[in-house]
Design a protein around this ligand. Structure first.
Ligand SMILES: Nc1ncnc2c1ncn2[C@@H]1O[C@H](COP(=O)(O)OP(=O)(O)OP(=O)(O)O)[C@@H](O)[C@H]1O
Length: 861
């Protein structure tokens, strides 16, 4: 045999070298792009940790060296030993004088040389809480590092892991190899065998996936924080510990009001509070409490559907008359429940261009028992904690995938000292992976309705028995119940209120615009002759989601619905001039800025133009792959002077830290959307600015929104340095021309290539008339390319010139013996907010001095 031939005769067979490492520094986590986790084939990955300071040790050599040394010692001590032999072997070998720690070390060393890794691995296991935490966290990405290590033969994974390592491992000055491995928990050398490990490798104690939530949840690690403000709110101890580690020393008002009613009084909660006011934890903490309580008494099983349930909202058996009435209603309204189906994956956030909003709300409540294709699990056994029977206990439904990801991270952050597992179920990410996650039986699922309903229909085992579900949260509820977007939500609610009914289930309904009263569109107004006020809006919502008769309603919103720390400002301009003002603003006031538009096409165009203009801009809309969407958010949150161009898919709930300004490139169609978009800045008591670019098409929407919100339309005008506008226009015009040429070329190419491929596939001659730009010959093409190149070079030159020059104050620069400049703000030196505030205070001063002058004049008269 080949291997035999190659074996040097008479020598021992070559064994793979065993190596250990001696830690010098600490394992550090490497930040990963969360988008990577949605890659097929990357399921096995949880995190990377790197160790840059260590020493490789050959364990066999080390053991041999240790044995030699011991031998030498032994020989030296031999006479002594002889003398002490009578006192017993233990004492003679000096073991009696060794500390237990040393003993253990020696023992382990011995074991490790024998190749028994089990003990080391067990010793390296983190404490229970840490372990469960990492388990919970694993769920977020669907895999563990352990998986990765236990599949060494998976070439794909290996390749990808290598690639990721290259991309993400910090550049290290060390030339030593950097093992991809969980951190050892003890000081002893941990064996790294080149063979596949026989026993379970240690689990990483902590996974730190960095995304936009990381900054908000990074915490201050102030273990001595005074947490007395949380007293009397019934917060479970492990949650309190987590809040302390996050630096959340006191509850926000919505939390202070919601927690006692939810935890002590077990009430359903309808919570309305302004954007960025901490609503997520107002439902997350009671949910965790509820689950911990269940874990203490897991035998509180809700009996099967054979049990007669007294319920306020479980209907009596429908009578024949009821059925007839229902049929009639369905005949009348083709869009009645369930008739309007969402997009392919049923996710609500895919309706970018059609943000219905309050005006489009069609009323319709859950039709109990009408069409749920549920086949409930047979009579359940009493579920036990951690068993395969672990039921789903908490469900959070959100309108967008990104929000689901964020909510999960917020829940994980406050549940980190519990053993509660969470999982995300959203569209656009691997369904297979999500099914695998559900096999771990997480107690909490955060989901968008479309994907959740798909998995329910596919009879995922974890979703077959929802009778135990103790908490149901509908975040951004007013958006969630808009008919036309949420057929799946209706189906889910219907099932939960019928075959999966649980009388003990608590419901949490939250939104910043839950109670925002609005005016119905004129056609409906004529029919109903009324304005939908706060009360009726809530009633409609309660009816739709099937909430109990007397929930606790907490409304902390102002009439204006936006946050007090938000400064609103506007620019009136022609539609075509918006690009100039947008570019001007971004150049003059760099910072983390979100730009909202009403359509995906508009976002795409702006992205191209701003990129040509050398601005760092990312986009986010429903036509992007989920991986790209998350990456855009991540990158946006990671930089300081950056723009996120987005549709209303990012309007609600996203908590990106330190967004300084929000620009409404187009005015939204509804007041709710305006409030939520604007609420991406000025969060958690911080200041923020929002700028409205109002073109002729926007005036109506602007007036309508400001009327609904009871705001003064007379917003301050955003101050513009008009002398800079010529230079701005020149650049933007050039960029628009380049964009337009490139856009049309690209469109032509795509169109023509499609037709050519189709003709080839059909084996027919292509009709040249079908091609776009057919009149353009090769010469014209080259000419155009040259022209674009020239335009780009010119633009590059323009961009290298300062726009916001210090302009001369006087005709004679050296007048008074020195140069004097007009105080024009240089780009980036003054924030947009401080500029507006300064202008406002100036106007106030001017206004009051004018009125004083007027008064004085009148007095004189
Ligand atoms: N008690 C607290 N103390 C300090 N910060 C908190 C507290 N509770 C929540 N936060 C932080 O406040 C920020 C906003 O919270 P959250 O996202 O829950 O707001 P929200 O009311 O849901 O906003 P929106 O209406 O936009 O969804 C988050 O960064 C969160 O971590």
């Amino acid at each position: 045999m080949k291997s035999k031939k190659m074996k040097p005769h008479g020598k021992r067979p070559i064994k793979p070298a065993k190596r250990s490492i001696h830690l010098k520094g600490k394992w550090k986590s490497v930040e990963l792009d969360p988008g990577l986790f949605s890659d097929e084939g990357m399921e096995g990955l949880v995190c990377f940790e790197e160790l840059t300071s260590y020493r490789l040790v050959d364990t066999e050599k080390a053991a041999a060296r240790a044995a030699k040394e011991q031998d030498r010692e032994h020989k030296k001590k031999a006479p002594k030993r002889k003398a002490t032999e009578e006192k017993g072997d233990a004492e003679a070998t000096g073991e009696a004088t060794e500390t237990p720690k040393k003993k253990a070390k020696k023992k382990k060393m011995k074991k490790s040389t024998e190749g028994e890794e089990k003990a080391a691995d067990e010793a390296a296991q983190p404490e229970r809480n840490e372990e469960t935490k990492s388990e919970a966290v694993e769920d977020s990405v669907g895999s563990s590092q352990q998986d990765l290590l236990s599949k060494p033969t998976n070439k794909n994974n290996k390749k990808k892991a290598k690639k990721m390592k290259k991309e993400h491992v910090n550049e290290s000055t060390s030339t030593e190899e950097q093992p991809v491995h969980g951190p050892p928990s003890q000081d002893q050398p941990v064996e790294l065998s080149e063979k596949a490990p026989k026993s379970k490798p240690a689990k990483p104690p902590k996974m730190q996936i960095k995304n936009w939530t990381s900054a908000a949840l990074s915490g201050c690690e102030d273990t001595n924080a005074d947490m007395r403000a949380w007293k009397d709110l019934y917060v479970p101890a492990p949650v309190l510990k987590a809040l302390s580690s996050l630096g959340f020393s006191s509850p926000t008002p919505i939390q202070a009001l919601a927690l006692p009613s939810a935890i002590r009084d077990r009430m359903d909660i309808l919570g309305a509070a302004e954007t960025g006011s901490g609503k997520t934890l107002a439902f997350a903490i009671p949910m965790i409490h509820n689950i911990l309580e269940w874990k203490e008494h897991p035998d509180q099983t809700v009996k099967s559907d054979t049990t007669k349930i007294e319920s306020l909202y479980l209907p009596d058996k429908p009578t024949e008359a009821d059925k007839e009435a229902e049929n009639e209603a369905e005949d009348d309204d083709p869009e009645s429940a369930g008739a309007v189906v969402g997009d392919s994956d049923g996710d609500p956030d895919d309706n970018d261009d059609d943000e219905g909003g309050a005006d489009d709300i069609k009323l319709g409540c859950v039709q109990v028992g009408a069409k749920a294709p549920f086949d409930p699990a047979p009579l359940e056994e009493t579920p036990s904690v951690g068993s395969q029977n672990q039921p789903l206990l908490g469900l959070v439904l959100t309108p967008t995938r990104e929000l689901a990801v964020q909510v999960k991270h917020h829940i994980d952050a406050v549940a980190k000292f519990t053993n509660i597992k969470t999982a995300i179920v959203v569209g656009g990410m691997s369904q297979h992976k999500q099914r695998r996650l559900l096999k771990r039986r997480p107690e909490i699922i955060v989901a968008t309705p479309g994907r959740l309903w798909d998995l329910v229909k596919e009879k995922d085992p974890h979703l077959q028995n929802l009778r135990q579900l103790r908490c149901l949260v509908i975040d951004e509820a007013d958006r969630m119940v808009e008919r036309g977007h949420f057929a799946e939500l209706e189906s889910i609610l219907e099932a939960l209120h019928t075959v999966h009914f649980n009388p003990k289930r608590q419901m949490f309904i939250f939104s910043a615009t839950l109670t925002l009263a609005y005016t119905l569109p004129t056609r409906l107004l004529q029919k109903k002759k009324k304005r939908v006020d706060k009360r009726s809006k809530l009633e409609i919502l309660m009816e739709k989601v099937g909430i109990r008769a007397k929930p606790k309603v907490i409304d902390l919103t102002r009439k204006e619905a936006t946050v007090e720390s938000l400064t609103e400002t506007r620019i009136h301009c022609q539609k075509d001039d918006k690009d100039y003002f947008l570019y001007y603003f971004l150049l003059q006031h760099p910072g983390r800025t979100m730009v909202f538009a009403n359509s995906i096409d508009c976002i795409k165009r702006l992205k191209s133009i701003l990129t040509i203009l050398d601005c760092t801009a990312f986009s986010l809309h429903a036509n992007m792959q989920q991986k790209q969407r998350l990456r855009s958010l991540e990158r946006f949150a990671d930089r300081e002077s950056v723009v996120l161009l987005t549709t209303d898919v990012a309007a609600r709930g996203l908590d990106i830290p330190d967004v300084q300004q929000v620009i409404h490139y187009q005015i939204p169609r509804t007041s709710e959307t305006y409030v939520h978009r604007s609420g991406r800045t000025a969060r958690a008591t911080k200041e923020g600015l929002c700028l409205l670019l109002i073109g002729p098409d926007d005036v109506l929407n602007f007036k309508k929104i400001f009327k609904t919100l009871g705001k003064d339309e007379d917003l301050p005008m955003f101050p513009i340095e008009t002398e800079c506008m010529e230079a701005i226009k020149e650049r933007v015009d050039l960029a628009r021309n380049i964009e337009s040429i490139e856009y049309h070329n690209c469109k032509e190419k795509k169109h023509n290539s499609w037709f050519r491929q189709a003709a080839e596939a059909l084996e027919v001659d292509l009709d040249e008339d079908l091609l776009l730009g057919k009149s353009k010959d090769e010469h014209a093409d080259v000419h155009q390319q040259r022209m674009v190149k020239g335009m780009k070079a010119h633009l590059k030159h323009l961009i290298s010139q300062p726009v916001f020059k210090k302009t001369m104050k006087t005709k004679y620069p050296t007048q008074m013996g020195k140069l004097s400049f007009k105080q024009t703000a240089l780009a980036g030196t003054q924030s947009a907010l401080s500029k507006v505030l300064m202008q406002q205070s100036k106007q106030k001063v001017n206004g009051s001095s004018q009125s004083k002058r007027k008064q004085r004049k009148e007095k004189k008269k």
